[in-house]
Design a protein around this ligand. Structure first.
Ligand SMILES: Cc1cc2nc3c(=O)[nH]c(=O)nc-3n(C[C@H](O)[C@H](O)[C@H](O)COP(=O)(O)OP(=O)(O)OC[C@H]3O[C@@H](n4cnc5c(N)ncnc54)[C@H](O)[C@@H]3O)c2cc1C
Length: 479
């Protein structure tokens, strides 16, 4: 029997595995994480802490499949702008078909009823008018919000179904893949125990699916095959996490949960967007070991009085600069440095007035994350902050109060995406039998499309097994 290595069991890996359960190929799954039952014990859920620590916790770190465990909001609409770029790769119909499969799987495995958020025509008329008056563009989306508290049950149940069907699957949890290298037509995969290394073993595989997420992006660039891939530099999003009263956003939360609103900055022309809204949720640190970002999540049952969401400015760079990831990480590290190692928080009123926030005592909005009060303008480029302020002022016309003085801004919230890798419609690269899926391919930016890319790769492997593994089919040029 032929052998396939699946490296990473996050959102994309899990759905690729679901496609491959019972297929005529031996699948070896490697993941640095422990088994799902033991994963991601949030210290707050365990009662060990009451608020997020500014650093140290890895519950929300990327590379730990955070989005499938943390908040677990799934965008279900095939959109050319939201959740990734698979629309450009496979087109609306094919993308929607796979997103519907993701939706059905999650709902089938959910421990309780999870409503699909779907705006009606009255909601759409309402937002279209409001957004136009505010100078913003609304993008339609349907979504599921599973909540961090439902995530373990859903993921474990999907995996159990796979195990029941998949006698062809061998799991290697707590195993880090150290390297992948081509050996003639095959792939040599070296792995070691993640927590207590020094037992490195090598095995050879006919096919390889790499699904290491954004957290594995740097690792990917160090692999032997990387230079053979057809790549373009990725994009970065630099922004802040906004925390405000849930009363100010109540109307849009009720109608849309998260309305996708895009805005073009008047002074720079940069595109600014909101991302990852968490009505009645909590701001969290996102631990990258050598720097700490901010993020947010919300739960199905436990609620705060606030809403938090990211406002991001997207940047791509042209020659001679080739390292956008380094750019965003440097900004993040400066913000951390000013905060003594963790995130910074500043009142919007203080940022606009050009002064440091010194205390949040008596501030209208009570923070849900303990962060250091400071001055974000000492770390962020003026161009980025101006665009963010413009965005919030525009949003205030839809959600009055959002751009008030007491609104809290947390930094750094930077997203750096891996280089964009050319793939065919089944996520196979120009290296035959090597598939790169999910956020590590840079084609996806969220759980919904990451899972979709896994389904596409699984289907691609099955097709190859049927016809006897020809080389990669026609590549789609990266835009
Ligand atoms: C805090 C946070 C919250 C988020 N919330 C949401 C949300 O609500 N909704 C949403 O759509 N998106 C969310 N996202 C984004 C979402 O997590 C990603 O888009 C999605 O998980 C990408 O899936 P993936 O399979 O590409 O990577 P991941 O899900 O990150 O999975 C990668 C897997 O690879 C493993 N791995 C990495 N390197 C190796 C190696 N060398 N060897 C073995 N295993 C390895 C990791 O352990 C991990 O399990 C969030 C992200 C963060 C950080």
């Amino acid at each position: 029997m032929q052998k396939l290595a699946l490296i990473g069991l996050g959102a994309s890996g899990l759905f690729a595995l679901k496609e491959l359960a019972g297929a005529d190929i031996e699948v070896h799954v490697f993941d640095v994480g422990p088994t799902y039952e033991k994963r991601y014990a949030c210290p707050i859920d365990q009662g060990k802490l009451t608020v997020c620590p500014p650093k140290a916790c890895s519950y929300c770190a990327p590379g730990q499949s955070a989005g499938s465990w943390n908040d677990f909001k799934v965008i279900l609409s095939a959109s050319p702008v939201i959740g990734g770029r698979l629309y450009d790769l496979v087109g609306e119909t094919e993308l929607q078909k796979r997103l519907d499969m993701v939706r059905a799987t999650i709902l089938q495995h959910a421990p309780c009823e999870i409503p699909v958020v779907k705006p009606n025509s009255e909601d759409l008329d309402w937002i279209k008018k409001k957004a136009t008056m505010a100078g913003m563009v609304y993008h339609y989306q349907e979504l599921l919000h599973c909540g961090s508290d439902n995530a373990p049950a859903i993921n474990t149940s999907i995996l159990n179904e796979i195990k029941a069907k998949g006698s062809n699957i061998v799991f290697h949890f707590d195993k880090k893949v150290v390297s992948v290298a081509r050996r003639n037509e095959k792939f040599a995969v070296r792995s070691d125990r993640y927590r207590k290394p020094e037992e490195e073993v090598e095995d050879t595989f006919d096919m390889c699916i790499v699904s290491v997420g954004r957290g594995g992006a740097a690792w990917l660039t160090q692999q032997e095959f990387y230079k053979a891939l057809d790549i373009n530099p990725g994009q970065v999003d630099i922004g802040i996490r906004v925390e405000t009263s849930a009363f100010f956003t109540e109307e849009v939360d009720k109608r849309f949960y998260e309305p996708k609103l895009y805005y073009r900055s008047r002074h720079s022309g940069d595109v600014v967007r909101n991302f990852c809204s968490n009505p009645k949720g909590f701001v969290t640190p996102e631990n990258h070991r050598d720097y700490v970002l901010v993020n947010g999540h919300s739960k199905m049952y436990e609620k705060s009085e606030n809403n938090n969401f990211a406002v991001l400015v997207s940047k791509t760079f042209t020659r001679p600069f080739k390292n956008p990831q380094m750019y965003s990480q440097t900004i993040a590290k400066i913000a951390n440095m000013l905060a003594g190692g963790g995130p910074l928080v500043q009142r919007l009123g203080d940022l606009k007035a050009g002064r440091r926030t010194k205390s949040l005592t008596n501030n209208l909005i009570k923070p849900t994350l303990e962060a250091e009060c400071g001055d974000i303008s000492l770390a962020y480029p003026h161009r980025i902050l101006e665009s963010i302020i413009e965005y919030l002022d525009a949003l205030d016309k839809i959600c009055p109060g959002v751009a008030g003085e007491s609104t809290l801004l947390y930094a750094p919230e930077c997203k750096s995406y891996p280089d964009s890798i050319s793939v065919n419609k089944n996520m196979e690269t120009n290296v035959p039998n090597l598939f790169i899926i999910g956020d590590s391919s840079s084609w996806t930016r969220g759980v919904g499309q990451a899972a979709t890319s896994g389904i596409l790769a699984g289907e691609g492997v099955r097709q190859k097994l049927k016809v006897g593994m020809p080389g990669a089919s026609k590549l789609v040029p990266v835009s």
